[in-house]
Structure formats: structure tokens, C-alpha cells
Design a protein around this ligand. Structure first.
Ligand code: SF4
Ligand code: SF4
Length: 472
């Protein structure tokens, strides 16, 4: 019997197996129900989102006309809310010592092939200089779970180091943190350290599969892991990022679980996830991909992203360099709003070329940051290095209110252009700089508020004259 309760603090009640199975059955039975499909699309066109059951019905349909309408609507919503802006970031791996045994990750404790490393503060500073010299302003901190090698004190010290390094005109202005589920006390410390988003992927919401994939270590505890975002929210971190690793379990089940999790956060804390990540499993050392027969096709992947865009219009969707250039292009078109770029998935790999294998997965897009910025400009996007919101205290429900009323675009558009301008002045190749300047000239005209437009023009001039770090 279903015990589903979206406001329950208990993992198996807000992610209820029975409710997911009934949702999937409902979706299967209604995949050709044109009256219902039309109703769902009409609701999505209001930009108020969809519930998990409605989204599941869309995911089940294979009707070409409906699919086209889903993609068109996803493009429309994306354009209306995010414009052409794409936020850029890079992951930074601090340590790959791990006490867990995740079957899909080469950092699992039993893997003897991989070189284990933990960066010292001096090595972190070197990594930051290398990242700043590329032009990055926003990071996602990654580390394995280990009480001795990566205790919370080490993470806090590392965050301090990262924010303190200022090389030439460089600065890391937002550190998002992706570390293992922890206590409310530790989340409070992360909040005090000035993190942006706390990110934790569920991997899979299917409890038996979750327990099979995490046979030992603290991560084995499904409830502790699934309830982590509640603890983070209770600790005052109001921007959280969720995600599943597609390919670990039946994607339909995880898709519904993901939206149920989003609803739980919204219903319990008044604010849904700030971001959703959509990684797909990739080859890695000591990981047998044959075990994961549930890997999803490119077409299904695109469908998932587009329906997420309809279901949670104001939640950022992130795609990493696990995806190829082609695949990233497809999903940028239908909903993705943030991409990682020029990522190194090994420990210490930005400052020094890797001698020993210590990477978490093989990247599928190896282009430099300049190549990616150039490519985005070519496609008509505005690469943005903006980090303004959390620095201005626009987080959690404050951010969501601004986003839902459309007011946030008064900040996003000028901030995107100003941070792009900084990139062009300090780091871009001549070709990228020319394209970028032309885009800025064109896009400044699209700022609708005359006062904001005037200030933005003034700031752009000051950036050209050598000043840095303006924001709305
Ligand atoms: Fe450790 Fe994370 Fe890899 Fe699991 S996924 S083995 S917790 S680093
Ligand atoms: Fe993101 Fe806020 Fe910058 Fe817009 S203004 S891009 S929402 S940080």
C-alpha cells in the first residue's frame, strides 16, 4: 500500500515506491490519450510546471507530433526564462580517497589500480590559478568521502583557499560543493563558508538497486543519503542541486523519483531544487559498463531534458563534459542552462598534466574553455560567467520569486554580458573576442529596462578600461 506523503521527512514516504510504480502504470496506460496529452501540454504552456504524473505521461509517449510540441515548448520556455544565456563552470577534484564502494565509480575503496591523491592547500592554490587563467569564475567542488583524508575541516579550509586566490584579474566567485551526505552541523559550516549550491546526486531512487550499487560504506544508507537535502535546507542552505546517474536503473523510475524529490523540497521548504543535473554513465577504470544495461539513448536523453524543462521551468539544468559536443548541442537547444567546460576529472589535473590515472570518468568533450565559448557564440548563445545571485543574497525562495515573476532577467542579461566582457578582455583568443564583442553590441539592445541598459553600458566601458567585477 502506498504511504506517499510529499511532506514527510522520511525518504521512503516522500519517494514512495508504490506511488512511482502506479505513476508508471498510469503513464503507460495514457501514452496515447490525446485528450490528456493536450491538456498536459496546455498546462505546461502556462510556465507553472507539471507534476510528476503528467511529466511521466509525456515521457512515455512516442507520438511524433506530441514530441515535436514538447521540444517546441521546451525551447519557448527556455527562451522566455533564460534567453540565450548559458552559465559556465568547472569541477575541481580535491581528493579521491573514498570509503564507499559505489560499483559505477573508480574511486570505490577496493580499486587498487587508481592513483590516490589528496591536494594540499598549496596544490589547491595552483589548481585555482590554472582555472582562473582559463577564465573560470564558478566551480563545483568534488571529493570522495573519507573521514581522515577529507573531513569537513579540510573542505572548509579548501573553500577558504579557493576564495582567497586572486591571480591577475582572476577570481573564483562561487564555489558549489558536491560532497557526501553529512550532518546538519556540517551543512551549517558549509553555509558559513559561503558556498553557492550544495549538490548531491541520488544516483538512483530505486532502493533495492541503490543498496546493490552501494554495498558498503556510509553511502549504503538509502535514507541518510535521500534525506540529505532536508538536512541541508534545515541548516540554511537554500540552493540545492539534485540529479540521478542515468543508466544505473530504469530511467523512467528515476525520472519520476527526481520530480518527486523536487516536489518534496518545494512542499516541505517552500523552494524546489536550484539545479538538476542529468549525468549519464561513462566508461571509467574498474567499472564494468556491461553491468548497466539500462543506459539511455541520445533520443531519450533529449526527451528527458525537454520534459524536465516543462516540469520545473525555473530550475537550472546542468550537463557536464560526460556528454559529447553533439549531444550537448542537442540538449542545450531544449532546456540545458548550465554546462561544465574544459573539465579535468582527476585530482590535480588542471595545474599539472596527469602522470597517473586518477580520473573519475572519461570526459566526452575535451575542448578548451575558449573553444567552448567560441562554439556557444557561434550557436548564438551568450556564455555567462555570472555568479551574482548568491553574492547579492538572492538565494532560495527569494531567488525563485524573482525568477517566477520574470524580474531576474533584468539581472541575468546584463550580468551575462559583463562577465562575458571580462572573459573577452582577459582570456579570449582574437577570434573569440571578435565574435563576443559583436554579440555584446547586439545583445545590449535587448535589455528592456532603459536605466539598467544605461548602467550596463557604463559598466562595460569601465570593464574595457580595466576595472572588474560589476554586477546587478
Ligand atoms: Fe566515493 Fe563518490 Fe565515487 Fe561513490 S561516487 S566511490 S562516494 S567518490
Ligand atoms: Fe544566475 Fe543570478 Fe547570474 Fe542570473 S543573475 S545568471 S540567475 S547568478
Amino acid at each position: 500500500m502506498s504511504t506517499y506523503n510529499s511532506k514527510s521527512p522520511i525518504a521512503t514516504e516522500f519517494i514512495d515506491d508504490q506511488e512511482i510504480l502506479e505513476t508508471l502504470k498510469f503513464a503507460q496506460e495514457n501514452k496515447n490519450n490525446s485528450v490528456l496529452l493536450n491538456k498536459i501540454l496546455e498546462k505546461a504552456a502556462l510556465y507553472h510546471g507539471l507534476d510528476y504524473r503528467e511529466a511521466a505521461v509525456l515521457l512515455e509517449t512516442n507520438d511524433e507530433n506530441i514530441l515535436e510540441r514538447i521540444f517546441d515548448l521546451a525551447r519557448e520556455i527556455k527562451d522566455k526564462i533564460y534567453g540565450q544565456r548559458i552559465v559556465m563552470f568547472a569541477p575541481l577534484y580535491l581528493s579521491n580517497y573514498c570509503v564507499n564502494s559505489c560499483r559505477y565509480c573508480p574511486y570505490h575503496s577496493k580499486n587498487k589500480n587508481i592513483a590516490r591523491k589528496k591536494l594540499t592547500q598549496a596544490e589547491i592554490a595552483k589548481e585555482i590559478i590554472a582555472l582562473q587563467d582559463m577564465g573560470h569564475k564558478r566551480l563545483a567542488l568534488e571529493t570522495g568521502e573519507h573521514p581522515e583524508y577529507a573531513p569537513i575541516e579540510y573542505i572548509l579550509e579548501s573553500i577558504k583557499t579557493i576564495y582567497s586566490v586572486k591571480h591577475k584579474n582572476g577570481a573564483i566567485r562561487r564555489v558549489n560543493v558536491n560532497i557526501a551526505a553529512t550532518t546538519i552541523e556540517n551543512y551549517k559550516k558549509l553555509k558559513e563558508a559561503g558556498i553557492g549550491t550544495y549538490i548531491l546526486f541520488q544516483e538512483t531512487y530505486h532502493k533495492p538497486t541503490y543498496e546493490y550499487l552501494h554495498p558498503h560504506g556510509p553511502k549504503h544508507d538509502y535514507a541518510y543519503h535521500t534525506e540529505a537535502m532536508d538536512r541541508a535546507m534545515q541548516a540554511g542552505i537554500d540552493d540545492v542541486g539534485i540529479g540521478v546517474l542515468f543508466g544505473l536503473n530504469l530511467y523512467r523510475y528515476d525520472f519520476v523519483g527526481l520530480l518527486m524529490h523536487a516536489k518534496h523540497l518545494e512542499d516541505s521548504f517552500g523552494v524546489g531544487p536550484h539545479t538538476i543535473s542529468v549525468p549519464r554513465i561513462r566508461p571509467a577504470d574498474d567499472v564494468d559498463l556491461k553491468e548497466y544495461s539500462n543506459a539511455i539513448s541520445d533520443a531519450t536523453f533529449k526527451k528527458i531534458v525537454a520534459i524536465l524543462r516543462l516540469a520545473v521551468p525555473y530550475t537550472g539544468i546542468i550537463v557536464s563534459t560526460r556528454e559529447s559536443k553533439e549531444s550537448r548541442q542537442e540538449v542545450l537547444d531544449v532546456g540545458v542552462s548550465q554546462v561544465s567546460a574544459a573539465s579535468c576529472t582527476s585530482v590535480g589535473g588542471y595545474a599539472e598534466k596527469e602522470l597517473e590515472n586518477s580520473s573519475q570518468f572519461e570526459v566526452n568533450d575535451e575542448r578548451s574553455l575558449d573553444e567552448i565559448v567560441n562554439w556557444l557564440l557561434e550557436l548564438g548563445y551568450i556564455p555567462s560567467f555570472c555568479t551574482a545571485c548568491y553574492r547579492e543574497g538572492r538565494t532560495g525562495d527569494r531567488f525563485m520569486q524573482l525568477a517566477k515573476s520574470g524580474q531576474i532577467s533584468n539581472c541575468c542579461q546584463p550580468n551575462a554580458l559583463m562577465t562575458l566582457k571580462e572573459y573577452l578582455e582577459d582570456y579570449a583568443s582574437t577570434e573569440t573576442a571578435l565574435k563576443g564583442e559583436a554579440l555584446i553590441t547586439q545583445e545590449i539592445e535587448r535589455i528592456t529596462n532603459p536605466k539598467v541598459k544605461e548602467i550596463a553600458r557604463n559598466y562595460l566601458q569601465q570593464l574595457h578600461d580595466g576595472k572588474r567585477d560589476f554586477r546587478f
